[in-house]
Design a protein. Structure first.
Lengths: 104, 140
């Protein structure tokens, strides 16, 4: 598969652009743009704006999140920033500070 | 989201830049990295770097324990272990440390500087510098 995985020990400082799926277990500082699903796993640290398809967050995100589909903040997620998507869920146990824009 | 759970996140530091992905910036850290897409920026890795066929890395400096290239790699290469340029690969840059294995069909342009001690009389020929500048050859 052609998906992109940022492993737990890896840090990327800069811009990531991709047509396919991204799984983040490590650290990203900069900007992340994906056309497909983005998963920020538990333990991951993203200090970046994220633009993507369906977005699942269980780690830490500081930055604005914009999804063409849905955003799921899972238990353990810590998000500081604005979330824009047509569908948004925030699980019990997720920390969130920011605005939600459900694109209505 | 099933996608979150189908991945094995156990092995520390597995990383891959997929074929549709482009990274503009610096990549650093522990663990192995496979580049199937494009990376424009420096890579500093405690682990193995693999650039697959179709992948490309354009950097000023690439540091890794080992580097295996089937695609395109440009930059100053600093390695502890071997650099393997496989058939079909294009490597442009100087290689410091470690060693270099060029397979038939690989393109390579650059200077090679392995870490080993040369006898003093060969030192000047290898570096192109006069012997006097090497008066106190330090251990590198």
């Amino acid at each position: 598969m052609a998906s992109t995985i940022i492993g737990a020990g890896i840090t990327i400082e800069g811009e990531i652009t991709t047509d396919d799926e991204v799984v983040v277990q490590g650290t990203i500082r900069g900007k992340l743009t994906a056309k497909d699903a983005v998963t920020v796993e538990s333990g991951a640290v993203v200090e970046a704006d994220i633009v993507g398809g369906p977005l699942a967050v269980a780690g830490s995100v500081t930055g604005n999140i914009h999804s063409s589909d849905r955003v799921d903040l899972q238990p353990g997620a810590r998000v500081v920033g604005n979330v824009k998507a047509t569908r948004v869920t925030i699980a019990d146990g997720a920390q969130f500070k920011g605005n939600v824009d459900m694109d209505v | 989201m099933a996608r979150t759970t189908t991945r094995n996140s156990s092995d520390e530091g597995e990383a891959r830049i997929g074929s549709g992905a482009r990274v503009h910036g610096r990549i650093s850290g522990d663990g192995d990295l496979t580049v199937e897409g494009r990376v424009e920026g420096d890579i500093v890795l405690r682990g193995q770097l693999t650039v697959t066929d179709g992948g490309s890395v354009t950097a000023e400096t690439v540091e890794a324990e080992e580097i295996t290239v089937s695609g395109v790699l440009e930059g100053e290469l600093r390695v502890q272990g071997p650099v393997r340029a496989l058939a079909g690969s294009r490597v442009r840059g100087n290689v410091h440390g470690g060693n270099l294995a060029l397979e038939e069909g690989a393109e390579f342009a650059g200077q090679v500087d392995f870490d080993f001690e040369l006898p003093a009389e060969l030192e000047s020929a290898a570096t192109g510098r006069p012997v006097s500048a090497q008066a106190a050859p330090g251990r590198r």
